[in-house]
Unconditional design. Structure first.
Length: 391
C-alpha cells in the first residue's frame, strides 16, 4: 500500500526538530490541528471567550460527528471530556457495585483503572479478579468464559496496554459479554487512532479514549462512548447544569444523550482541535494508518532483535506500534537520556503502570518506543543504530 510520507512529514512541523518515537505518550501534532487551536485562542482574545464559543459552535459540534464516524457510533453516544481517565471514570463509577459483584479484568490492566477497581472494591465489597493470559501473552478468552457466572458485574479491559506491544482480543471479549449480558468497558486510549476501532463490531457498551496519543489531537481532550441502549443503566458520578436540567425545587432531569457525562466548562479550542484531528486521521484512512504503523513497528522490532544484548519485551498474537525492550547492563532510564541527547524521543514504562504484568515477567522498567505513520524508515534505522551504540 503506497503512503504519502512526504505529505505526512510536511504537515508535521515537529519532524524537522526531533525523531519522535513517543507517540503512545503524545504524538506530534499536525499543522491543521495546531492552526485550528491557535485560531480559536486568538479569537477568544479578540472578541471574548463566550462570544468566540458561540461563533465556533459548528466546529465544536463537528467534533461529535467526527468521533462518532471514527468508531462507528452515533453522535448522541459520544461525550467529549478533559481526558481519557475522566472518560473512563465517568463510565466505571456510574455502574453502581454491590457486595459480591465481580469485576473481571486483564493481567496487563493499566494502573489508573486497577486503582479504581480497588477503591470500589474497598467501598462496596465487590471483588476484582484477573483473567490469566494465554500462551501469547494476551487475555485468554477461553479462561474468561470459564470465569463468568451470575455475579460478574463488569468486564473491563485495556485494548492496547501501556507496555508490551500487544492488542488484546477486544471483539472476542465482546462476543462473550453480549452472550452473557455483562457490561463491557474498553479502555481504547492507545488503540483509537492507531488501528481501526468499531464499537459495533467490538460489542462494548462503553469505550474511553484520548486525543493526544495516536489521534494526534491536543492535550486535555478525551471522549467516552456509551451505547445508546446502555445510557440509562449508568448514573453519572456527578452532574451539573450541562449534564442535567433543574426543573423544579426538588427535581432535575438528566439529559438523554451521552453528554450527561460531560460538564459545562471546557477547553473550546482543544475540543475544536480534537475534531480536526479526527477528521485528519479519517482523511488518511484508518486501514492505511494501521498498515503503515504495522510496517514500521515490524522494521523496528527486526532491527532491535538483531542487536546484541537487546531483548524485546512485546507480547500478543497481534502486535501494534508500541515496541518495548531492555538492553543488558544499561538501565532503561539511561537509554532514554542518551537518546534524548540526540533529539530522539522515547519513554520508559515502569512496573507501577502495569504491576501484575511486569511483576509476573520480573521486569522493573522497559524502554517504550512507539511509531506513527509520519516516522520514516530512515528514522527507524537511525534509532536502531543509536541504541546499538549505547553502552
Amino acid at each position: 500500500m503506497s503512503f504519502d510520507l512526504a505529505r505526512a512529514r510536511a504537515e508535521t512541523p515537529g519532524t524537522a526538530h526531533v525523531l519522535h518515537l513517543n507517540n503512545a505518550g503524545m504524538a506530534l501534532t499536525p499543522a491543521p490541528v495546531l492552526d485550528a487551536v491557535k485560531e480559536h485562542i486568538d479569537l477568544e482574545g479578540r472578541i471574548g471567550g463566550y462570544e468566540a464559543a458561540d461563533r465556533a459552535a459548528p466546529a465544536v459540534e463537528r467534533a461529535y460527528d467526527a468521533v462518532a464516524a471514527l468508531i462507528g457510533a452515533e453522535r448522541d453516544e459520544i461525550a467529549i471530556v478533559e481526558n481519557a481517565t475522566r472518560a473512563w471514570d465517568m463510565a466505571f463509577y456510574g455502574i453502581g457495585f454491590q457486595a459480591g459483584d465481580r469485576i473481571l479484568t486483564a493481567v496487563s490492566e493499566y494502573a489508573s483503572n486497577y486503582i479504581a477497581f480497588l477503591q470500589v472494591a474497598r467501598q462496596t465489597g465487590a471483588v476484582v479478579e484477573v483473567v490469566p493470559n494465554d500462551a501469547s501473552g494476551q487475555l485468554d478468552v477461553a479462561r474468561l468464559e470459564r470465569m463468568i457466572d451470575g455475579r460478574v458485574r463488569l468486564i473491563a479491559v485495556t485494548h492496547v496496554p501501556t507496555n508490551g506491544g500487544l492488542v488484546n482480543p477486544a471483539e472476542a471479549i465482546g462476543r462473550l459479554a453480549r452472550a452473557h449480558g455483562i457490561p463491557y468497558l474498553l479502555d481504547a486510549c492507545q488503540s483509537v487512532g492507531q488501528l481501526p476501532v468499531d464499537v459495533r463490531q467490538i460489542g462494548c457498551d462503553m469505550l474511553s479514549a484520548t486525543g493526544r496519543k495516536y489521534l494526534r489531537g491536543p492535550r486535555g481532550t478525551g471522549f467516552l462512548y456509551v451505547r445508546r441502549d446502555f445510557l440509562d443503566r449508568l448514573e453519572p458520578p456527578f452532574l451539573d447544569l450541562h449534564a442535567a436540567k433543574w426543573v423544579a425545587k426538588d427535581r432535575y432531569e438528566v439529559r438523554p444523550d451521552a453528554r450527561r457525562f460531560e460538564n459545562w466548562e471546557g477547553n473550546v479550542a482543544a475540543k475544536i482541535g480534537l475534531g480536526v484531528a479526527v477528521d485528519y486521521a479519517l482523511s488518511w484512512g484508518m486501514d492505511a494508518i494501521w498498515a503503515r504503523i504495522g510496517s514500521l513497528a515490524a522494521r523496528l522490532r527486526a532491527g532491535l532483535g538483531d542487536l546484541s544484548g537487546v531483548e524485546l519485551r512485546d507480547l500478543g498474537t497481534i502486535r501494534c506500534g508500541i515496541v518495548t525492550f531492555t538492553k543488558r547492563d544499561v538501565e532503561p532510564a539511561a537509554i532514554r537520556q542518551a537518546l534524548a541527547a540526540q533529539r530522539i524521543n522515547v519513554t520508559t514504562s515502569s512496573r507501577f503502570s502495569t504491576l501484575i504484568d511486569m511483576t509476573g515477567r520480573r521486569l522493573d522498567m522497559v524502554v517504550r518506543a512507539s511509531v506513527h505513520y509520519y516516522n520514516s524508515e530512515d528514522e527507524i534505522d537511525r534509532f536502531v543504530r543509536a541504541v546499538a551504540e549505547i553502552r
